[in-house]
Design a protein around this ligand. Structure first.
Ligand code: FPP
Length: 247
């Protein structure tokens, strides 16, 4: 697509109906690399470049929350070499992008238990969260060792603890209270989920939070996902009739 076509697409976006929260399952890095006879890690490196671009595009569109699935609770099953590669890329990303992210008033948040991460990525992530904690323009919410089922179970355990301590009563538990026990507390639910790579599933991503999320799928692999695909997803989203169970 040339610049003129991209601009035309961008102009089709209704700026009064921008999704507040966009979630992305960045899938297809491995297949993108395989197609080129490259190691899978090269696919993740290329995927990271798309993260840099998409964060910028989302910020410019005034999207307030961007959730990215970087590493799932199930991804530990992958070969050590690939896991180490993803962790290195994460560290590289933070070291290279943190200043820019901070200057752009973006707050980095993490969903998932980062205690299981190796020391260096864990420390870099904590540094990024601390440095950007007061930023207000956009939340970049990164799923690291994240699983939707794990998120819910952790919430249930913490609710039980608070009941035992007398902080809340069983009768207080409702959808809103429960939401505050998830990693995404203080965040609205995603309006739009983008999943490239041709897979049509949630893969344990934000299960509770996606009850009324609009899904957008595409066959392209994440390393091929460009600005124009993001615009297309938003334009499609804006055509949806969201009823939230009403009429
Ligand atoms: C899924 O593709 C992708 C991952 C498990 C890793 C995603 C990580 C990055 C894009 C880089 C680091 C992230 C940040 C936020 C800087 P896959 O490997 O499952 O692809 P496949 O289905 O084709 O094998």
């Amino acid at each position: 697509m040339n610049d003129k076509d991209i601009l035309e697409l961008k102009n089709m976006i209704d700026i009064n109906n921008i999704p507040n929260h966009v979630a992305v399952i960045m899938d297809g890095n491995g297949r993108w690399a395989k197609k080129r006879s490259l190691p899978r890690t090269v696919g993740h490196q290329e995927g990271m470049k798309r993260v840099v671009e998409i964060v910028e595009v989302a910020k410019k569109l005034n999207i307030k929350y961007l959730s990215l699935y970087a590493f799932s609770t199930e991804n530990w099953k992958r070969p050590k070499e690939e896991i180490d590669g993803i962790m290195k890329i994460l560290v590289y990303y933070i070291r290279n992008e943190l200043e820019k992210i901070h200057k752009n008033n973006i707050k980095i948040q993490i969903m998932g238990n980062i205690n299981r991460l190796p020391k260096t990525p864990r420390e870099e992530v904590l540094k990024a969260v601390e440095k950007t904690k007061d930023n207000t323009d956009m939340v970049l919410n990164i799923g690291l060792n994240y699983g939707g089922k794990d998120d819910i179970i952790r919430g249930v355990k913490n609710i039980l603890k608070d009941i035992k301590m007398g902080k809340i009563n069983e009768e207080d538990i409702d959808v809103e209270l429960f939401s505050n026990y998830l990693y995404t507390k203080n965040m609205p639910d995603p309006d739009l989920l983008i999943r490239p790579s041709g897979e049509l599933r949630l893969s344990n991503f934000m299960l509770y939070q996606m009850a009324y999320t609009e899904f957008w799928f595409s066959d392209i692999f994440w390393p091929d996902f460009k600005e124009e695909h993001f615009y297309k997803a938003i334009i499609d989203y804006q055509k949806r009739n969201r009823r939230f169970g009403g009429i």
